[in-house]
Ligand binder design. Structure first.
Ligand code: ADP
Ligand code: MG
Length: 279
């Protein structure tokens, strides 16, 4: 893997082999650096606004490396069981027995596979330190449910994602952040976004597609000026709008996919205005 990683053509080649539908990097360095860091055994933290393709990038990396990925979705309810597993009562030839069901962390470690920790900043501060030893050079965990020491098998890798500027999230704990190499994942723009819309939405009309690309850049501009929240330019929402616009008038599609999700009336009006000018 490392030999491959040293060659610059490597990521382009993997991307070509994976074909359409994978992550499209706004800048080659994003996919390359993330893949290289993983190949070097580093934990990778993907940092970017909602719907910028973080999960897509993680899935694409898993595909490139040909590795299964085990996902953990963080929330305030995340606990040791959701990470490590739990004990349950089962029956062995009619006799009740206690069985341990491994969670995603243990599965990824023992299989030498990928662990994806999504929205890592949503977890309560006391939960993730349980896996600190998994995230540092030790790559080791004492399983609180079995008492066993679990060592990560060769190939084990960790990708985490964090939504930045997302309401309701807390800044990431320093000790945790320290254990990661950070890769910023911004919203896709321009020609690359056009390609994405063609690959991932039902919209076929070239003129409409280029207007949606323009809409996206106008939305980003307003976000930069503080007029709109980050999620207004979510690529996920834009793709929804494009799908609807294959069948509905574009303004109605934009209302359903983008405008009506905004809380503030002024923000809604701002997006409606942009849409009216463009469509
Ligand atoms: N750069 C990109 N390349 C490919 N797909 C993307 C990209 N950006 C966004 N998407 C698409 O937008 C949607 C949201 O992406 P996702 O990975 O779920 O975002 P995030 O995890 O950052 O919230 C998905 O359908 C994904 O395929
Ligand atoms: Mg995601």
């Amino acid at each position: 893997m490392l030999e491959l990683a040293k060659s610059g053509a490597w990521v382009t080649e993997l991307a070509a082999r994976a074909g359409n539908g994978g992550y499209i990097p706004p800048d080659e360095a994003i996919a390359f650096d993330a893949a290289l860091a993983l190949a070097l055994g580093k934990n990778v933290l993907l940092q970017g606004p909602t719907g910028s393709g973080k999960t897509k990038l993680a899935e694409t990396l898993a595909q490139w490396f040909g590795m299964p990925m085990h996902a953990v979705n963080c929330s305030v309810d995340l606990d040791a069981e959701a990470l490590i597993g739990f004990k349950t009562l089962s029956h062995d030839q009619g006799r009740p027995t206690v069985e341990y069901v491994p969670g995603p962390v243990v599965k990824a470690m023992t299989g030498g596979e990928l662990l994806y920790i999504d929205e890592v900043n949503m977890a309560k501060p006391e939960t993730l330190p349980i896996i600190n030893g998994v995230l540092d050079y030790r790559r080791r965990l004492t399983n609180p449910f079995t008492g066993e020491v679990v060592e990560a098998a060769e190939g084990f890798g960790v990708i985490a994602a964090v939504n930045v500027g997302y309401v309701g999230t807390v800044p990431l704990n320093e000790a945790l952040k320290n254990r990661f190499v950070v890769v910023d994942v911004p919203y896709l723009q321009g020609e690359a976004l056009e390609k994405l819309i063609r690959e991932q939405s039902s919209l076929r009309d070239a003129s409409l597609i280029s207007r949606f690309v323009r809409l996206s850049s106008d939305l980003l501009e307003q976000i930069r000026m503080g007029q709109l929240p980050d999620e207004a330019a979510s690529i996920r929402a834009l793709l929804d709008a494009c799908d609807l616009a294959a069948y509905l008038p574009p303004e109605r599609a934009i209302r359903r996919a983008i405008v009506d999700k905004l809380e503030d009336e002024r923000e809604q009006a701002a997006v409606r205005n942009l849409a009216e000018t463009l469509f």
